[in-house]
Design a protein around this ligand. Structure first.
Ligand SMILES: Cc1cc2nc3c(=O)[nH]c(=O)nc-3n(C[C@H](O)[C@H](O)[C@H](O)COP(=O)(O)OP(=O)(O)OC[C@H]3O[C@@H](n4cnc5c(N)ncnc54)[C@H](O)[C@@H]3O)c2cc1C
Length: 380
């Protein structure tokens, strides 16, 4: 498989890197410390077209291929993983399923606003009692006249409180198990969509995450996404695709951890020489770099295969599980190279240590990825 970037992809990568370094990097530390969502930076990202990359040009989006999208997420995550998840969620778990499964009318209604970045999107699947076992959700969708009424509790919803359009999964036929789940698109401003207090997270503090209550939320049938009972399939397909974004986020964090570790190892003097002269430190740097190359290659392979290959889901799970775990190891090791300084918020590696942790958890834990991978292996 050819991982050579096209000229266009390389130009975009460079443009996003420049934007991240010039416009995102200043203020990253303060936003993290204040748990502040950077609305002003997100507005600039919309001007660059980064919030509607996966929407077709006919709706005002960028029509980017999955690899180009991953390159952009990686470059943003290298500087600010919080902003990378804001971007990844609106693109890949909101825009993508609507572009893929929405009726032409629904697409016309919501995609231009999402694609332009005038509105952010989100995805309401997880509930207090159902995470990995998403089909055990208890939220319900009841028929009422021409439309639906949604009730239930959703948990851990990224962009809740700052986003407008949300893909929501609920049981339209609770007796039918996962075949009784239907997907809808709802606006946060509709009566009955209530956002709870922002979670005080370990990391990604400049991204917004909150619980959402659905309280008699009335949804016109035109805002149903896909067929009745097709919701679980839509959710799984969405996650298969969106995991690429999380893998790319992990690669971006990993890249930054390597840069910080190399710089620090060259500067810090112990026993009369830079610590980079000590073989144990060199071996650690070599391992971080090698795992970075492997994680990036796996992510690019999964991105290139994502819209065609039969085993796109397996590759996305492999990329997500490997890249997120490798990034966690890399940040751990890079912090170790920083010694006591790494344990202090004055050093960027301390924030990355908090930010990277969740990558093995959200959009399916590593354990769930391994179950997906094994299922593919055993089915063939
Ligand atoms: C910052 C953040 C943002 C998030 N954003 C969103 C969002 O926008 N939308 C959304 O819907 N959700 C979101 N989530 C939820 C996230 O997807 C879930 O946290 C994740 O799927 C895990 O579910 P859980 O937390 O309920 O853990 P659980 O499912 O309770 O799992 C707990 C542990 O048990 C393990 N486990 C469970 N079942 C098995 C099994 N069968 N075999 C082996 N091990 C198993 C898990 O791997 C894990 O280690 C977010 C979470 C976080 C932390």
């Amino acid at each position: 498989m050819d991982f050579e970037l096209t000229e266009e992809q390389e130009l975009l990568r460079q443009e996003v890197r420049r934007f991240a370094e010039e416009r995102i990097a200043p203020g990253t530390r303060e936003r993290d410390r204040e748990h502040r969502f950077p609305a002003e930076v997100v507005a600039e990202m919309s001007e660059l077209g980064l919030l509607g990359m996966l929407v077709g040009e006919e709706h005002g989006g960028g029509g980017a291929d999955p690899l180009t999208y991953c390159l952009a997420v990686e470059e943003i995550a290298r500087i600010c993983p919080s902003i990378a998840v804001t971007m990844s969620v609106t693109n890949s778990v909101c825009c993508w399923p609507i572009a893929r499964f929405g009726s032409p009318q629904l697409q016309r209604e919501v995609l231009p606003e999402l694609a332009s970045g005038a509105a952010l999107g989100g995805f309401c699947l997880t509930e207090p009692g159902s995470g990995s076992d998403a089909a055990a959700m208890r939220s319900t969708a009841r028929r009422q006249g021409d439309g639906w009424v949604l009730d239930g509790e959703k948990a851990w919803i990224t962009n809740a409180g700052v986003g407008k359009w949300f893909v929501v999964l609920a049981k339209s036929d609770p007796a039918a198990g996962h075949r009784g789940i239907t997907a809808f698109v709802v606006a946060a401003e509709w009566p009955g969509f209530r956002v709870g207090a922002a979670e005080e997270k370990v990391g990604l503090r400049a991204s917004r995450t909150a619980a959402v209550s659905l309280e008699g939320l009335e949804v016109p049938d035109a805002f149903r996404l896909g067929e009745v009972g097709q919701g679980f399939r839509i959710a799984l397909a969405t996650l298969d695709h969106s995991r690429l974004g999380i893998a790319a986020q992990a690669v971006g964090i990993h890249q930054r951890a390597l840069e910080l570790a190399v710089d620090y190892a060259k500067e810090r003097i112990q026993f009369g020489v830079p610590i980079a002269e000590h073989q144990a430190v060199r071996f650690t740097l070599a391992r971080i770099a090698t795992e970075l190359a492997a994680a990036r290659a796996l992510t690019r392979q999964a991105a290139l295969a994502s819209e065609s290959a039969r085993d796109a889901g397996r590759l996305a799970s492999q990329a997500k599980a490997y890249a997120s775990e490798a990034a966690n190891r890399a940040v751990w090791d890079a912090l170790q190279i920083h010694g006591g300084n790494g344990y202090c918020e004055d050093y960027e590696i301390a924030r990355l240590y908090r930010d990277v942790r969740v990558t093995t958890i959200y959009e399916g834990t590593s354990e769930m990825q391994r179950l997906v991978i094994a299922r593919h292996l055993l089915a063939s």
